[in-house]
Design a protein around this ligand. Structure first.
Ligand code: ISL
Length: 561
């Protein structure tokens, strides 16, 4: 990991739902600009902007029709460049979301390929003979149905792993790779400091496109989640774009294993700085099915996060640390407490994640404990994935209330309801009509109310962000799992030279008597509490009673000095 980024906390903005400056109901660039002071006060060092490029918005901007232009719904390219300048003035760097596994079918490449029959561009996409029911293989789209769509007027079809309006690009084509490289270099020249690379592990497909007889998750997946040329492509991007410009890179890599991550993030291989793995967020999926919810398997959660810490350290790799993003339900609704313990549980979750080794990502609204919006009926949802899941499952005979239970819990719209800035109409997000229904409890849960409270969640995040900047143990210390099988408490240490941090969190709504792990106490003396979410006491004879969702960061010194 590049030294310049090691102490940085990243803030993810979903522009459509962040702040609307012109009253059209959609967040925009000027809106982001107006909130830069807020972000500076929080202390973050970088913003990740989810896509604002030209797009028909079939998948909220992840269907790009022009990589070089900004969709007018967000403003202009000039405004975006001004946002870069204003952010840089505040020492906030910019990470752009790059979606190069697929383009929108409105992209000029697609149009040239299939409407103007230009061979060069046809080769930019994955085209096979067949169609109209007679598809090349049984691969399925994540958003429903076959992954193949017929090309009008032809007996051939193109691949789309997501919506049919998101056509997969053919990375085997050298000219396509050149175009992608040029486009990314262009953005760097305009001031971008890093990239979040959407589903980047899917860009290399098995060239035989086999039928998937033993699907892992969804038909086809095993033939593209770690395709034969993936490392070669990443190394090419690194050589041409990332290394020369020292750009930070975080690859979104669905279903990547730790072993994959070790390869992607080992700095000597020159691929990516870090990846987003969703492994730890699958602990409430019943039998691996996201839409059938079960209680969080807490011990499994700890084991997963611990193994990622340990394994990536082995290769000098780097972790991305997050509970939430625009595809996931809100962390407090999911792993914390929506009632009386909302504030303490939000702080506990933040503490346990931010004290790990890696780069923390805060998703907009997380810094004051936003909850899922509480939509009830399917009509309130907009996300293409949720609507597809609803249709597919109800049609297959699953009772509607069971389907809705899964959607209420896991829908990506949980993250996408507009930011709750204050208690005014539409939470101060817009003066018009918001594009999505507001979260139910915005009058009580909003940035303004929380920030006024000295014990609020925002101030706790500020301290965590500050600790990462100030304390070498947080940015550099090795991870030491302790008590990894405890059923209620997560306890780990970060150690470096003769010092250590001991981080303890109670994940449950009941108090727990807790003895500090012997192996830690034998080596270190606890000297002070750096941060906690209750008024705190020091342990007596190595023991304490942890209150509901209590968390504590202790600092200790090695007994041998
Ligand atoms: O959200 C998910 C599960 O419901 C993921 O499977 C998600 O679709 C996957 O991680 C890929 O996500 C990314 O690419 C998609 C886009 O819809 C997501 O918003 C984006 O984060 C296609 O571009």
């Amino acid at each position: 990991m590049k030294d310049a980024w090691k102490r940085t906390t990243v803030y993810q903005i979903y522009p459509k739902s962040f702040f609307d400056s012109n009253g059209d109901g959609y967040g925009d660039i000027k809106g982001i600009m107006k909130k830069l002071d807020y972000l500076e006060e929080l202390g973050i060092g970088a913003i990740w902007l989810t896509p604002m490029y030209y797009s028909p918005q079939v998948d909220n901007g992840y269907d790009i029709s022009d990589y070089n232009e900004i969709d007018p719904m967000f403003g202009t390219k000039e405004e975006l460049l001004e946002l870069f300048t204003e952010s840089h003035r505040r020492d906030i760097r910019i990470i752009m979301d790059i979606v190069v596994n697929h383009t929108s079918t409105e992209h000029k490449w697609f149009k040239k390929a299939f409407m103007e029959h230009d061979e060069k561009y046809r080769n930019f996409y994955i085209v096979k003979e067949g169609g109209n029911g007679d598809v090349p293989n049984n691969w399925k789209s994540f958003f429903g149905g076959s992954a193949w769509e017929n090309i009008e007027g032809e007996n051939s079809c193109y691949l789309h792993l997501f919506a049919k309006e998101q056509a997969d690009l053919n990375w085997e084509c050298e000219q396509l790779r050149k175009e992608v490289i040029m486009m990314m270099q262009e953005w760097i020249k305009l001031g971008v400091d890093g990239f979040r690379l959407d589903v980047i592990n899917l860009i290399s497909k098995d060239p035989d496109f086999p039928n998937d007889l033993n699907p892992y998750g969804i038909e086809g997946k095993q033939y593209y989640i770690r395709g034969p040329r993936i490392h070669e492509y990443l190394q090419e991007l690194n050589r041409e774009v990332f290394s020369p410009y020292e750009a930070l890179t975080v690859g979104e890599t669905m279903s990547a294993s730790i072993e994959d991550a070790m390869l992607y993030t080992d700095p000597s291989r020159k691929e990516l700085d870090m990846i987003f793995s969703m492994d730890h967020l699958e602990v409430d999926y019943k039998n691996g099915d996201r839409w059938t919810v079960q209680e969080t398997d807490f011990v499994k959660l700890k084991h997963i996060l611990s193994s990622w810490q340990l394994k990536l350290e082995e290769v000098n790799g780097w972790n991305s640390l997050f509970w939430s993003n625009h595809d996931q339900p809100r962390a407090v609704s999911r792993f914390g407490n929506k009632g009386d313990y909302r504030i303490v549980s939000a702080k506990m979750l933040a503490t346990m994640m931010h004290m790990l080794k890696g780069t923390p990502y805060i998703y907009q609204g997380e810094e004051f404990g936003m909850l899922d919006p509480g939509y009830e009926t399917i009509e309130e949802y907009q996300d293409i994935e949720s609507l597809h899941v609803y249709r597919e499952r109800t049609e297959s005979g699953i009772p509607q209330d069971i389907v809705m239970k899964g959607i209420r819990r896991q829908s990506r719209d949980n993250a996408r309801s507009p930011m709750q800035w204050n208690g005014e109409e539409y939470a101060g997000f817009t003066k018009g009509t918001p594009w999505m229904i507001m979260g139910k409890r915005y009058q009580e849960i909003n940035a303004e109310t929380d920030r006024k409270d000295p014990n609020g969640i925002f101030h706790h995040y500020q301290k965590l962000i500050e600790l990462r900047k100030e304390e070498d143990l947080v940015s550099e210390g090795s991870y030491w799992p302790l008590d990894d099988d405890h059923p209620y408490v997560w306890c780990y240490a970060r150690v470096k030279d003769k010092e250590a941090l001991l981080i303890i969190g109670n994940f449950y709504q009941s108090s727990v008597e807790y003895h500090l792990p012997d192996e830690f106490c034998e080596c270190y003396d606890i000297e002070e509490v750096l941060l906690s979410n209750y008024e705190n006491t020091m342990p007596v004879d190595g023991a304490l009673v942890l209150r509901e969702y209590e968390c504590i960061i202790y600092k200790g010194k090695h007994k041998e000095g």
